[in-house]
Write a protein that binds this ligand. Sequence first.
Ligand code: MN
Length: 128
Amino acid sequence: MARVLIIEDNPANMLLMAYLLKAFGHEPLEASSDRRGLELAAEAEPQIILCDLQLPGLDGYEIAHRLKVDVHLKSVPLIAVTAYAMVGDREKALAAGFDGYIAKPINPETFVGEIENFLHSSTNSQST
Ligand code: MN
């Protein structure tokens, strides 16, 4: 079971991601704004953070910057979730500090497995 912070302003995407995570025994923490996302990141000790790139207010790149300069949060895996499925966006997200990338639309058959892979790979890299 993992606590998964989801920063996403689209209600349908939030509903789907939270539903799938709960169905597989995880605990989603839902933040529909940049401000709430940064609050929960600091207060709720998430084990992984999913962040939409296109948010009103701070966009995902700015949120990534703020999380990755925070000594307590920089080691928490940060995954971009975005409809920008263009060539180069993955590289742009990784350059901005994201540890991984999931493209929308969310695929219900693979979504939770992808999140679990990110969790396991970060655990492995910390132990070596
Ligand atoms: Mn959005």
